[in-house]
Design a protein around this ligand. Structure first.
Ligand code: UT7
Length: 318
């Protein structure tokens, strides 16, 4: 039976750091409010294109995996803040990498984009349709921010991660996943004035904006991620005590604490880096996975659990 294993994972974050105190100089907020409500202390801000960040992460992942770009047969990009819609940004990255033999697909499922991509790539490898796949997850969300909205602007940051997955016969990699979407609540997170449902004949078209129902999203995120985690544990006949580390989407430290409590995890089983980067949407899991490896918190053979939640409202665990 063909399986898919995670050969290498790398990430890139921009150099520029914006602290909570920096934000407090520009809007009516404070370090005390942001840290106590979210756990976020600082975030990174991109000054190049999204694809430039993605290229650095991808080149590092390919080099570490010992793979030439020409060997890739598929690139999957989880991202809702692409360089452009046409051409899609996966093809911009493919061209810059020199991945001439790869199909290139953008996946817009917001914060779950990386997990959705890993699930799709893994299963395409399992069917035999593809052999060497690059899955990228990241965001240039500061570009799309309404900086006048303090309830949203303080939450996000820019980052990108990339993994190389390959066919293998061993039982490893993403063993199972459970993904879904609470589409009835799709407008709980909404970027407006971007897309063909908005009129191009008004001045409003020039200004993207956000609708963000923070408390509603908070409650749904905890519930859906907990349920998704339980789904995958049950499918694999595992319990939380078998899990070395949970690497969840990093949106808010309070969400991670509530998730841990709900599914019965110890604090040291949950990886947290939201204080350093804020919510980087599709970037959070690959960045956190790489840092967990670098910090020797995980080793080959360990069972990991990933969980995510985002606009759509998409959810998943693996
Ligand atoms: O990745 C996608 C998933 N996203 C998420 O999971 C985000 C989920 N939601 C959350 O993390 C939280 O709901 C927030 C961090 C967004 C908000 O925390 P909260 O504890 O739910 O705060 P709140 O919305 O109830 O706001 C409390 C107060 C309000 O003032 P009043 O009405 O009580 O006077 C807000 O106006 O805090 C005020 N406020 C702020 N004050 C200072 C809102 N934003 C800020 C701010 N600085 N940045």
């Amino acid at each position: 039976m063909i399986r898919s294993y995670i050969k290498k994972i790398e990430f890139h974050v921009p150099e520029k750091i914006i602290t909570n105190d920096d934000l407090a100089k520009k809007m009516d907020t404070s370090d005390e409010w942001i840290t106590s409500r979210t756990g976020i202390e600082e975030r990174r801000i991109c000054h190049c294109n999204f694809s430039d960040m993605a290229l650095v992460a991808s080149r590092h992942a390919l080099a570490a995996a010992g793979l030439e770009p020409g060997e890739l047969d598929l690139i999957l990009l989880g991202c809702l803040t692409p360089d452009s819609h046409c051409p899609n940004t996966a093809s911009i990255i493919a061209d810059a990498l020199g991945a001439r033999n790869a199909a290139a697909i953008d996946i817009n499922s917001a914060c779950t984009g990386f997990l959705y991509g890993l699930h799709i790539g893994t299963n395409l490898i399992r069917t035999g349709a593809h052999k060497k796949v690059l899955v990228i997850g990241g965001e240039f969300i500061s570009h799309y921010m309404n900086w006048a909205k303090r309830d949203v602007a303080v939450l996000f940051g820019d980052a990108c991660g990339a993994v190389v997955i390959e066919a293998t016969n061993e039982e490893t990699g993403l063993l199972t996943a459970s993904i879904g979407c609470e589409s009835d609540a799709k407008y709980a997170i909404q970027i407006t004035n971007l897309g063909s449902s908005y009129s191009r004949m008004t001045d409003d078209f020039l200004y993207v904006d956000w609708n963000f129902e923070g408390q509603e999203v908070f409650k749904r995120a905890v519930k859906a991620m907990a349920q998704a985690c339980e789904n995958v544990l049950e499918k694999q006949n595992l319990s939380v005590s078998d899990i070395k580390l949970v690497v969840p989407h990093q949106a808010n430290k309070r969400i991670l604490d509530a998730l841990a409590k709900r599914i019965g995890l110890d604090e040291n089983q949950v990886f947290v880096n939201v204080h350093k980067y804020g919510n980087t949407s599709a970037g959070t899991i690959p960045v956190a996975l790489t840092e967990a490896l670098e910090e020797s918190k995980i080793h080959p053979g360990d069972y990991l659990l990933m969980a995510s939640f985002g606009a759509g409202l998409t959810w998943g665990a693996g």
